[in-house]
Design a binder for this molecule. Structure first.
Ligand code: BDR
Ligand code: CA
Length: 302
């Protein structure tokens, strides 16, 4: 099994990614940490707990950063709704979050693990940047970072920047310069692997998990006739089915100010950094395989 920690801001697609991570037998989800992003951290924490409670799992949740390192916080409630996860009546008797902060919980979990852990951030990378500054010793115990965020070709906030990196570009820069291998699961693939309208309607009547996902996904402000991007779910798909995704190793840097703030710049020809690389960038995906897998995963749950 693959030992992971998810650092997340649910968020509709985050909720779907958590659904897969909590239920797939190949994944051992040790800890969930939350960050401000799609909505405030109080809400993302509550939403993470709602998903954990929905599946009656006992994975701990620790609340993290309320705001980015430097930049002012701007949410994405226009896409994910005021609550961040609208459309379904989740149980209200939620487990209590851990008493410690996300950074402390990350440190404790990573340092006490008998094997290196994979970090899966699907929100902005504020908690992880803070972790690396406060406890640099954790870096030797991290297998790699499989992060949703960034893109080579386009943005979904500005024409240059993707939301998670745009939200906290300073944190993203620290993470990309950390020396830990990073898989950049960005818009280059997440905008290709849309969950089709047909897949979405199949979810509705599949089982209670399918209904829950359907009911929240139809509220996503980016839903269209072509389908809906399940950005964060691509991280879990990558972990389980790397053969369905094409990657290209390169050096990636992050723009932290000016009009291109939040842009991830890839040295696509390897020329500028003399062939040195810090990231494996996802550049293509089998969208049909993604849809098929998504439905299969949900069909195996309650
Ligand atoms: C990312 O932004 C958030 O709104 C989504 O949850 C995803 O993590 C996509 O750009
Ligand atoms: Ca997210």
């Amino acid at each position: 099994t693959i030992k992971i920690i998810m650092d997340t801001d649910p968020g509709i697609d985050d909720a779907a990614a958590l659904t897969m991570a909590l239920n797939d037998p190949e994944i051992d989800l040790k800890l969930i940490t939350t960050v401000a992003g799609n909505v405030t951290v109080d809400k993302t924490t509550k939403n993470a707990q709602k998903i954990v409670r929905f599946f009656n799992k006992d994975v701990p949740v620790a609340a993290g950063a309320k705001q980015p390192l430097i930049k002012e916080f701007e949410d994405a409630a226009r896409i994910h709704g005021e609550s961040g996860m609208p459309g379904y009546d989740f149980p209200e008797d939620l487990p209590t979050p851990l008493a410690k902060t996300a950074v402390e919980a990350l440190r404790d979990e990573i340092m006490s693990s008998d094997e290196p852990i994979t970090l899966v951030p699907t929100g902005s990378y504020t908690n992880i940047a803070l972790l690396f500054s406060e406890y640099p010793e954790v870096k030797d115990h991290i297998e790699r970072i499989v992060a949703m965020g960034g893109s080579l070709g386009m943005g979904n906030m500005t024409s240059a920047a993707e939301f998670n990196v745009f939200t906290d570009p300073d944190a993203a820069k620290i993470v990309y310069q950390s020396g830990i291998p990073i898989v950049m699961v960005g818009l280059d693939i997440t905008m290709k692997a849309l969950l089709t309208p047909d897949s979405l309607s199949q979810l509705e009547h599949m089982n209670e998990t399918g209904k829950m996902l359907h009911d929240i996904i139809i509220n996503d402000g980016d839903n269209s006739d072509d389908g809906i991007a399940m950005h964060d779910v691509n991280t879990i798909f990558y972990l389980l089915h790397p053969e369905a995704i094409t990657t290209k190793d390169m050096w990636v840097d992050v723009i932290t100010d000016g009009p291109a703030i939040g842009e991830t710049v890839g040295d696509i020809r390897g020329a500028y950094h003399d062939g040195k690389t810090n990231a494996s960038v996802c550049v293509d995906i089998d969208a049909q395989a993604f849809n098929k897998w998504f439905l299969e995963e949900v069909s195996k749950i309650k």
